[in-house]
Write a protein that binds this ligand. Structure first.
Ligand SMILES: *[C@@H]1O[C@H](CO)[C@@H](O)[C@H](O)[C@H]1NC(C)=O
Ligand SMILES: *[C@@H]1O[C@H](CO)[C@@H](O)[C@H](O)[C@H]1NC(C)=O
Ligand SMILES: *[C@@H]1O[C@H](CO)[C@@H](O)[C@H](O)[C@H]1NC(C)=O
Ligand SMILES: *[C@@H]1O[C@H](CO)[C@@H](O)[C@H](O)[C@H]1NC(C)=O
Ligand SMILES: *[C@@H]1O[C@H](CO)[C@@H](O)[C@H](O)[C@H]1NC(C)=O
Ligand SMILES: *[C@@H]1O[C@H](CO)[C@@H](O)[C@H](O)[C@H]1NC(C)=O
Length: 876
């Protein structure tokens, strides 16, 4: 090691004297090709994997060991374990160094051997754990040298990820060994084959949509034969002034007029009334409930809501009933939500999404009766909301570019490239944020802003450092400069924990909360402030003198782990003074041993806890119930079922991280039972089925019972955006899974409460069959009319009696086959007779019938992996 260190210093000395020009950097960016390949995930149990970077010179000049530096994002720590280390590691004649987060550098040492034209250099190294998915590999690697412009390495630019090698071997697509008795075996996940998918998808095709409305209403009576043609101009809307928001919404969507007086017929009437719904046999008035009556004989439509939100949902149900010709059937519906909290979280920090993308999401949430938008506005990689008077937050914290000092912008992360053009940069101005609030308010969606602290604070810490340097004061300083603690967060930041022991941290938080309260006032008064609280790195503040002082003198706390609780009390007091409720991720309001902080010590009327970290075999899925029992309002956020940043299939070509389950498909979310939590436990991370003892521990002591069911306030889907850089990728990850989320949040299915496993699964399958047909025959077409780039499920298929038979997850989609490698395609039908040994390709072809979209669209199946798509056929 010492030799390497010496080599580094000599190399460094060489760097500082020699220099290269922009033309060399430009040459390398253009002609040097980078490829990245995972070689082996299984070499070392689950500790490390081996990977390789290859640099190939495609130009006509020699690439020399000039002092160039390649910057790239690698989401796993590069080993040996002493990284992060400012000295880096030397591999042959290059050096790799960890910067912050996922950013690493790769540079030549002074023993660098040149790469001749046509030649290449391979760099093998070890990374922590594993990488089994193509989207783990981030694009837009770039190269630079001191004082020169950084340039994106051309073959890594954009979204194709064509520089990433295929995951075409078991040791590349599987993660780890695990101990099974005396054997060590692989994880059980292989990419689906077409045949396997065929078995999975095997449900009855109803030939039409069996359902009328998603999410399922409480009570619905439809008589399809009697219809009203709604898209005529001679219908009017009647509504009282207090429903003008809903009235105008309806007028806008249906393009009809308002009438003040009630005509004899052809009217839609909106009103607020005490609508009672039947739940479990008793009649109740439930907030957001409504009734909808469509009477084709008398020619009227009545939407009565318990409140304005109820009327709004009645309108959504009416829209769901409009068919392609503009007809609605005779209907009598009474309906109310299962939960008051039906949420969707979106991370706009890792990658930024423009206001119009947020508007579209809000429209779609409203369509499916979701009512909480959890707006994850800050994280290590970005600060996305203007706070007036603190322009550094957005000017520096809201932009990512190449800036190792992080005084102009946050350093590039997650493949955002060297310049501020791209999804790493952007923020909402006060005005834009208020427009979002207004838009959400019109759709009965509460916006819950999250400012994630004290962990996940890299961007804000850097921004406020720059401010304090510029202003030469520490008014809003977020760290203790005397703090020598070394720590590393889960996303590999060593400088992202805001210090809870200095008063300037709270001065800052007070300023932010005050601004948010002001922004919300008059548009949508702020009710809940979400402070995050998750994933504070262990070791943070351990050697902070400010914390030592505080512990000695003020709070008289002896244990360092209590500092986080102290922080929560402070935030609680600040928010209480603004009359706000408080919200946090589960680990924000718990000690490390999963013990909730004393709820009584927090003054806020409600404190919401989002229960997310539920890897079953880790034994902490009980946190949701522990928190509810301790008096917290719990939002079910379980990563195993409700994290839509995870892939749909265990296929390396599918987008998404996979730390909790290997995948979550629409069916899995559909089957989530929020009040029957432990019965959701299906498989371990390895894919191995779980026993009751693994989930609940000895004597079932981990399966804490829910004593206060009233404290489970709802459920929420989540889209973390590390791998989501484009609005179409966002659509892909959310849809159609969001529909299953909405179904569970709104509708309590009867099978959820059945304890006997086989009966419950049977009922669930029957219900899924109806839902899947409804999606395939109806809802996807509706999504098409909103231009949603949902994921079209790749097909399943096999040969039965010499015939090709196929299916998809959602009956109603057409599967096509090609005999010539994709040059021409034919619908699969009875005539598809296949010769033995023939090689076919299949794809899902979704021909929309929706009039509102531009003709028929052809969509390829989203997976290109030949393993899962091409079908090698032989008769058997
Ligand atoms: C209805 O009854 C079931 C079974 O007793 C129970 O689990 C559920 O919570 C009840 N629903 C409501 C809304 O009270
Ligand atoms: C609709 O349902 C409600 C309650 O179930 C009932 O009172 C009413 O008569 C029904 N209306 C029609 C037109 O069927
Ligand atoms: C704090 O300082 C002690 C003594 O120098 C050291 O052993 C320990 O590792 C430090 N803790 C952290 C988290 O850096
Ligand atoms: C850091 O240490 C210096 C010297 O001991 C002290 O004057 C200063 O107040 C300390 N700063 C903080 C934030 O504790
Ligand atoms: C929060 O406010 C309560 C009541 O005023 C007070 O007792 C407590 O010390 C405060 N907590 C902190 C951490 O300042
Ligand atoms: C679908 O696949 C064909 C052949 O593989 C390709 O040429 C075409 O561009 C693809 N279309 C879309 C919309 O992706």
């Amino acid at each position: 090691m010492d030799l390497h260190v010496a080599a580094f210093y000599i190399a460094f000395a060489t760097f500082s004297v020699s220099a290269i020009d922009q033309a060399t950097v430009d040459y390398m960016a253009t002609y040097m090709e980078v490829s990245y390949e995972v070689l082996d995930n299984l070499r070392d149990e689950l500790r490390t994997f081996e990977a390789q970077i290859t640099l190939t010179n495609r130009g006509s000049s020699i690439i020399k060991g000039d002092p160039w530096i390649i910057y790239f994002c690698h989401i796993r720590m590069i080993e040996p374990e002493h990284l992060p280390d400012p000295k880096g590691i030397i591999r042959d004649d290059v050096k790799i160094t960890h910067i912050q987060g996922c950013m690493f550098t790769l540079e030549p040492t002074n023993s660098f051997k040149t790469i001749i034209p046509g030649g290449s250099k391979k760099i093998r190294f070890l990374g922590e754990n594993w990488i089994v998915s193509k989207t783990d590999i981030m694009p837009n690697w770039y190269i630079t040298s001191q004082h020169l412009h950084p340039r994106t390495i051309m073959n890594t630019a954009g979204e194709s990820l064509s520089f990433a090698g295929d995951f075409d071997e078991v040791k590349k697509w599987k993660r780890y060994y695990f101990q099974d008795g005396k054997y060590k075996v692989h994880d059980l996940y292989d990419p689906y084959t077409t045949r396997y998918r065929f078995v999975l998808n095997n449900i009855k095709d109803h030939g039409k949509s069996p359902g009328h409305v998603v999410p399922t209403p409480l009570e619905i009576h439809i008589i399809d034969k009697q219809k009203i043609l709604l898209n005529t101009r001679d219908w009017v809307v009647i509504y009282p002034e207090r429903l003008s928001n809903e009235g105008l919404y309806l007028i806008d969507k249906l393009n009809i007029l308002r009438s003040i007086t009630q005509p004899l017929h052809r009217y839609i009437k909106l009103a607020i009334e005490e609508v009672r719904v039947k739940v479990n046999g008793s009649e109740k008035i439930i907030p957001e409930g409504y009734s909808l009556e469509i009477d084709p004989e008398a020619e009227f439509i009545k939407i009565l809501g318990v409140d304005a939100a109820g009327v709004f949902y009645g309108i959504q149900t009416l829209f769901a009933l409009i068919d392609e010709e503009g007809n609605v059937p005779k209907a009598n519906i009474s309906d109310a939500p299962r939960y008051p909290y039906r949420g969707m979280e979106l991370d706009v920090a890792r990658n930024f999404f423009e206001q119009k993308t947020i508007f579209k999401l809000l429209d779609l949430m409203a369509m499916y009766k979701l009512n909480k938008f959890h707006f994850h506005l800050t994280d290590d990689e970005g600060w996305r909301i203007e706070i007036q008077g603190l322009q550094e937050l957005t000017e520096i914290g809201g932009q990512r570019c190449h800036d190792p000092s992080e005084e102009r912008c946050i350093m590039s992360q997650l493949g955002s490239g060297p310049t501020i053009v791209g999804s790493g940069s952007g923020y909402y101005s006060k005005k834009q944020y208020q427009e979002i609030l207004r838009y959400a308010n019109q759709r009965h969606i509460e916006v819950i802003p999250e400012i994630d602290m004290p962990g996940h604070g890299h961007a804000v810490i850097k921004a406020m450092e720059a401010r304090s340097k510029k202003m030469m004061n520490n008014q809003f300083l977020l760290i203790d400069h005397n703090d020598t603690s070394k720590y590393k967060s889960i996303q590999m930041y060593t400088d992202n924990a805001i210090n809870p022991c200095i008063s300037s941290s709270y001065a800052f938080i007070r300023k932010v909360i005050e601004s948010l309260v002001t922004y919300h006032k008059d548009v949508m008064p702020l009710k809940i402030y979400h402070f995050g609280g998750d994933e504070v790195a262990s070791g943070a503040w351990e050697n902070s003198t400010a914390c030592e002082d505080l512990m000695k003198n003020k709070w008289q706390i002896i244990e360092k782990k209590i500092l986080k609780e102290y922080f929560v009390h402070q935030i609680s007091n600040i928010t209480f003074n603004y009359n706000l409720d408080l919200a946090a991720w589960e680990d924000g309001v718990m000690e490390s041993g999963s013990k909730p902080f004393k709820r009584e010590a927090l003054q806020n009327k409600n404190v919401y806890a989002y229960a997310w970290d539920n890897i079953w075999e880790w034994g902490q899925s009980n946190r949701a119930y522990k928190l509810a029992n301790a008096g917290y309002k719990v939002v079910m956020s379980q990563a195993t079922h409700l994290y839509f940043d995870h892939p749909y299939e265990p296929d390396p070509e599918e987008r998404g991280y996979y730390w909790a389950p290997r995948f979550t498909d629409t069916r899995k979310t559909f089957g989530f039972m929020p009040e029957n939590l432990y019965n959701n436990a299906d498989v371990a991370r390895s894919g191995q089925p779980l026993t009751e003892e693994q989930v609940c521990g000895k004597d079932a002591k981990n399966c804490v019972k829910l004593e206060k069911p009233e404290n489970i306030v709802g459920i929420q889907g989540h889209l973390w955006s590390e791998t989501v850089r484009k609005p179409e990728q966002l659509d892909f990850m959310l849809f159609p899974r969001l529909l299953a989320l909405a179904e569970r949040a709104w509708h309590h299915a009867s099978w959820e409460d059945i304890q006997e496993n086989s009966i419950r699964k049977k009922r669930l399958n029957e219900d899924w069959e109806l839902f899947a047909n409804t999606i395939g025959y109806k809802e996807l077409k509706r999504l098409d009319s909103f231009e949603v780039d949902y994921r079209v499920p790749p097909p399943g298929g096999m040969i039965k009696n010499g015939r090709l038979v196929t299916n998809t997850a959602f009956p109603g989609l057409v599967v096509q086959y090609s005999r010539n490698g994709g040059k021409s395609w034919h619908d699969v039908d009875d005539k598809a007779i296949i010769e033995g040994g023939e090689k076919l390709q299949l794809r899902t072809n979704f021909q929309t019938l929706s009039k509102t979209s531009s003709g028929s669209k052809l969509r390829n199946s989203s997976l290109s992996l030949s393993l899962s798509l091409s079908l090698s056929l032989s008769r058997y």
